[in-house]
Design a protein. Structure first.
Length: 279
């Protein structure tokens, strides 16, 4: 049965502090709602979801978390950051139920937290968190979305390859978000104008960012085109279309085209399970 509950009081909430949202272990967390006052999503920074002190997902700010949610057209509420552990955009209910932040004792999980920094410019911040949980099943761990962030410098406009994205064996990749907000050309579009995905020299995403965004929109997405270009591999809501990372993959790379210089921030959505010592 589903349960909705208030999470423990968040201690030391003040401008300039690092705080933690503690999630009591034992159940499977489908969603965590972080209510905030006196601090903007941009001022909630260095967000990390951690199990047993090991990072599962990371976001540079609440604004980036909200941007990814907006891409999937997930419901949002003003004044609330939502951590969707169960991927509501999947079309099959059974698939959605395979996902969640499972903290069952059988997995050896002793601590589950969301840590974050409150920017020094926040004005009298207040934080309160609620969770939607279901009973976990011993010995049947849920799938996790693990969001990992990488920064790549872009020294010149034009085409360049990124071949350093980790490919942990057994995990899948659901989507890759490339953030390079509009620069000198002031066209209100992300400066990554094309993002290709090549697996052992086979190109699985050979189209301009504008066309990719059009197709994503046709599939119910809300592309954040001013900030990002996205390689979305689960457009039809079917998680089985994610890229499976196997030992047979020798070369995995992105081939990007940029209209400006600076850096591209890459947010990779991996699909994996929790295991001690894992990725």
């Amino acid at each position: 049965m589903k349960s909705l509950k208030l999470l423990p009081t968040i201690a030391n909430v003040a401008a300039g502090n690092t705080v933690s949202v503690n999630m009591p272990v034992g159940n499977t967390y489908e969603t965590v709602y972080l209510y905030h006052e006196g601090v903007t999503p941009e001022q909630i920074q260095n967000i990390k979801v951690e199990l047993n002190g090991r990072m599962i997902s990371e976001y540079p700010s609440g604004a980036r978390l909200a941007s990814i949610d907006n891409h999937y057209n997930r419901k949002q509420t003003a004044g609330v950051l939502t951590f969707n552990f169960n991927r509501p955009e999947l079309h099959v209910l059974g698939n959605r139920r395979f996902f969640g932040l499972d903290t069952n004792a059988s997995q050896g999980i002793q601590t589950a937290i969301i840590s974050l920094d409150i920017h020094a410019d926040a004005s009298a911040p207040k934080l309160k968190a609620y969770a939607q949980v279901v009973q976990s099943v011993q010995g049947a761990p849920n799938f996790l979305t693990k969001v990992r962030r990488f920064i790549v410098p872009v020294s010149a406009a034009g085409q360049f390859d990124i071949d350093t994205i980790p490919k942990p064996i057994g995990a899948n990749i659901a989507a890759i978000h490339l953030y390079m907000p509009d620069g000198a050309d002031s066209d209100a579009k992300c400066d990554i104008t094309k993002a290709e995905m090549l697996v052992d020299n086979v190109n699985w995403h050979d189209l301009d960012a504008d066309i990719a965004a059009d197709i994503q929109t046709a599939n119910g997405r809300t592309p954040q085109t001013a900030d990002s270009s996205v390689i979305d591999l689960i457009l039809d809501g079917d998680i089985t279309n994610a890229l499976v990372l196997t030992r047979n993959i020798q070369d995995f790379r992105l081939r990007c085209t940029a209209s400006g210089t600076g850096q591209v921030e890459i947010m990779v959505e991996y699909i994996d399970t929790w295991r001690a010592g894992g990725f």
